[in-house]
Design a protein. Structure first.
Length: 95
């Protein structure tokens, strides 16, 4: 793994973990802990983590495969992650 890729992965991890320590102890919690909210939080956390991993994979593929891109590499990595996370279209019986 190249130095650039390692730096990107470490930066993504820092950005993900940086938001965990922002709440102060004397503030009232904004999150009410119940099963529905925990399920939403789990889904959001998994989705955001998957997006970040796929975004970084997009950068990796551009670097390793020397893939031609139009525009900025950041935009291409965002598009790659979005495309990979988009669910497949289901057949609805339309002609």
């Amino acid at each position: 793994m190249g130095r650039t890729m390692m730096v990107r992965l470490l930066l993504a991890a820092c950005l993900l973990l940086g938001g965990l320590a922002t709440a102060r102890a004397d503030e009232a919690p904004a999150f009410v802990e119940n099963s529905a909210n925990l399920a939403r939080l789990r889904h959001m956390t998994e989705s955001l983590t998957l997006f970040v991993v796929l975004h970084e994979l997009g950068h990796f593929l551009v670097d390793v495969l020397d893939a031609p891109i139009l525009g900025r590499e950041e935009d291409a990595a965002d598009r790659f992650a979005t495309l990979m996370m988009t669910p497949p279209v289901r057949a609805t019986g339309l002609p």
